[in-house]
Structure formats: C-alpha cells, structure tokens
Design a protein around this ligand. Structure first.
Ligand SMILES: CC(=O)SCCNC(=O)CCNC(=O)[C@H](O)C(C)(C)COP(=O)(O)OP(=O)(O)OC[C@H]1O[C@@H](n2cnc3c(N)ncnc32)[C@H](O)[C@@H]1OP(=O)(O)O
Ligand SMILES: O=C([O-])CC(=O)C(=O)O
Length: 377
C-alpha cells in the first residue's frame, strides 16, 4: 500500500488487504491457520467426506443426506459423457498447447453448445455446474491419454468420481491408498474464498455474463504460476534438483538470484497454509505406498531450508505437485486436475455473486501524461 498524498488516493496494489464482499461459502482465518467450507473444517472434510459430498455442501450449504447423495451421484454419473462434436473439436486442439488451454477451450465450447447457457435461473445454474463437474474428468483424462498416444477411455458409470477419473487416465482403478490421497487433494483444492481465479469468475458474473464465460476466465487465472500453475512448477523444480543433497544449494541459488520459490508463500496465510499438513500426510502415504522417498526428502529439505532462511512456509501446491507426480499424472495435467476440483468453488461463487450482484469495477489512479492537445499539422 502506498502512502496517500494530497492528490493521490491510497492504492491497494493487487487489492491486498481489501475486503470486497461477503461470502457464506468458505472462511479463511490466517491467524489460526483455519479454513472452513460452510462452517466445516477442511481437515475434517478431507478425512471423513468424499469429494461428491463436499461439492454438494459447497453448492447447497449443507452436507447431503444419504438419499440426497445418491440422487446427486446419479446425476453426476449421467453427465460424464462428452458429446461427439466436443470430443472431436478437443482432439484437434494442437498438442503443443498447455492442457489448461484444452480445458479452457472445452468449457468455452460447452457454453456455445448449451441452449441454457444464458439462463440465469437457479435450476439452470445448478445443472450447468453439475455438467461441468461431471464432464471435466472425461476431458482431462482424454487429453492426458492423447498426449501419450492412447485412445480415450469412456466414463464408467459404476464407479465413484475419483475411481472413474483415475480409471479413465490409467485404465484401471489404482490402489485405495492412491484413491484416498487423490480424493483428499480434491477436497482441499475445492474452495478458497476470493482467490484470483474465483475473483475473476465473480468479476465476469458481475457484468451479468454467463456461467461458462465466468469459468473460462477463472481457468485462465488459475493457469498462472503464481496461482494454480505453481503445482506444476514445484515438480519441475524438484526434478531439476533431482538429488536431496542438492536441495539446499539449489534453494540458496534461487534466493540469491531473488527468484520466487514455487509452492511457498501465500497472499493470505503468512504463517502456513491450513491445508498443507493434510496434504503433506497424503504425500507421505503415497510415497510409502509407491516405495519412493526421494521427493518427500527433497520436500523436507526445501521446507526446512526455506523456513530457516526466509520464514516462509509452503502452500498447498507444494505437497500436491509431488503427490500427483507419484500418482502417475503427467506434470502439465496437474493444474487441469486442480480445475476439476475448483469448479465446485467457482460455481458456488458465481451463484452467490449473481444472487446479490453489484458490478465489480474498482478505481485507478492515473499516472500517465497530463491532458494534451493533438498537434494538427
Ligand atoms: C493454490 C495457490 O494459488 S497458492 C499460491 C501458489 N503460488 C506460488 O506458490 C508462487 C510462489 N509464491 C508467490 O509468488 C507469493 O508467495 C504469492 C504470489 C503466492 C503471494 O505473494 P504476496 O502476498 O503478494 O507476497 P509478496 O510476493 O509481496 O511477498 C512478500 C515477501 O515475501 C517474499 N516471498 C513471498 N513468496 C515467496 C516465494 N515463494 N519465494 C521467495 N520469496 C517469496 C517476497 O519476495 C517478498 O519479499 P520482499 O518483501 O523482500 O520483497
Ligand atoms: O487463496 C489464494 O490466494 C490462493 C489459494 O490458496 C487457492 O486458491 O487455493
């Protein structure tokens, strides 16, 4: 924040510290490292609830009863298939692009195809959110397989959300240890108040634009390496480090060069990210299951050295990067997997913004040239 002068207003660069609106969806309390979704601690949700239950909670405000969950799950399973036109268009998107571009294009195309795209009613909004939640795994899995030279695997309606996705990627249901760790990451990634991508979605919604446009904007915001893209950057860095004994020197060189260390720091949490302990534990379980402790050791070395040198702690992308790598995902698919989860938070916020809307339009302080005439020759 820069100091006010007589003719310049106070500037909140990056909107840091600015409270823009109320939300009933989640609460982040940095002082106590706490995060709740609709009043429930995220650690408890990750421990005891499925991703489907959490999606229902974020959208409806309450955890589902067994009957409500069965109905939700039936509708989710019925929406998993990607239609032929969309599938053939996505198959033509160049493989040279980042998979986030495929996901962004996919949502944009789904909007163009949907006759209810412009319908802002709560029923249509819910139907669109569910459609995106259900079909995104099909899109992400097909794109990952195409880049490996493999045919897509159709969704399996007999499987739950995570088992189905993992089967569409790997061709079989992985061990329950992997499924549980993946499911935890989905719960932890689902929602985080007014982060940059959610805020982008709310800005678009505030103009009375449609839900697909808002989600497309959110995907663009999440892709960046200061936000969701950090989970990929973390793994690239760990591969670059390669050996645990190199981790501390690598970090020193990074800090000496005044470069950001991906997966560390947070705009809101200044004393650690509430979600990290749960995901760190999940990473540990996956590492033990796979029988590969190299990444966990590099993790611990970086975490310790970074804290000693800067006092900065990891954010959720730090454990998620190596966990997704050990689960077998290709690195460029990490942020698309984040999209599969955050679609729940984004669409909850889109509905909340639409229900109590005010156009989001901040002010700026002009510091360009003073008004001047065009010199007509
Ligand atoms: C799911 C998510 O989106 S979580 C975030 C994922 N993003 C990352 O991991 C990218 C790396 N982290 C960062 O770039 C930052 O920590 C951000 C963008 C997330 C938050 O940044 P801000 O709140 O704007 O803090 P800011 O960038 O001003 O940092 C404050 C100080 O800490 C330092 N710092 C913050 N994060 C880091 C980092 N990851 N590596 C090195 N230094 C850092 C800054 O250099 C700055 O130091 P200075 O005061 O000497 O200039
Ligand atoms: O809240 C933020 O700024 C970033 C973040 O952790 C998230 O979106 O999960």
């Amino acid at each position: 924040m820069s100091a006010p002068t007589t003719d310049q207003p106070t500037i909140y660069k990056g909107l840091a510290g600015v409270v823009v609106d109320k939300t009933a969806i989640s609460k982040v309390v940095p002082e106590t490292n706490s995060l709740t979704y609709r009043g429930y601690a995220v650690q408890e949700l990750a421990q005891h609830c499925s991703f489907e239950q959490v999606a229902y909670l974020l959208w409806n405000g309450e955890l589902p009863t067994d009957v409500q969950l069965a109905d939700f799950s039936r509708r989710e399973r019925a929406n998993r298939r990607l239609d032929r036109t969309a599938a053939s268009i996505l198959a033509k998107v160049p493989e040279t692009c980042h998979p986030m571009d495929v996901v962004r294009t996919a949502i944009s195309f789904l909007g163009a195809e949907d006759p209810a795209a412009e319908d802002p009613s709560p029923q249509a909004t819910q139907a669109k959110a569910l459609r995106m939640l259900a079909v995104l795994p099909t899109i992400v899995a097909a794109d990952m397989r195409r880049r490996r030279g493999l045919d897509p695997i159709a969704p399996h309606h007999g499987l739950g959300y995570s088992e189905n996705f993992l089967t569409m990627v790997f061709g079989e249901v992985p061990d329950p240890v992997i499924v549980k760790a993946f499911e935890k990451s989905m719960v932890l990634y689902a929602e985080h108040s007014f982060n940059a991508s959610t805020f982008a979605a709310r800005v678009v919604t505030s103009t009375q634009s449609d839900m697909y446009s808002a989600v497309t904007a959110a995907i663009g915001a999440l892709k960046g390496s200061l936000h969701g893209g950090a989970n990929e950057a973390v793994m690239h860095d760990m591969i670059d480090i390669d050996r645990p004994e190199r981790a501390r020197d690598w970090l020193t060189a990074k800090l000496d060069a005044k470069e950001k260390v991906m997966g560390f720091g947070h705009r809101v949490y200044k004393n650690g990210d509430s979600r990290v302990p749960t995901m760190r534990q999940a990473l540990q379980e996956v590492s033990a299951h796979v029988g590969e402790d190299k990444w966990m050791t590099i993790y611990a070395e970086l975490e310790d050295e970074m804290f000693t040198r800067t006092g900065i702690k990891p954010n959720l992308d730090f454990p998620t990067g190596p966990a997704y790598f050990l689960m077998g995902f290709d690195i460029p698919a990490f942020t698309p997997v984040f999209v599969m989860s955050r679609i729940t938070g984004w669409t909850a916020h889109i509905a909340e913004q639409a229900a109590s809307n005010a156009l989001i339009r901040p002010l700026s302080a002009y510091d360009g040239p003073a008004q001047r005439p065009i010199l007509v020759r």
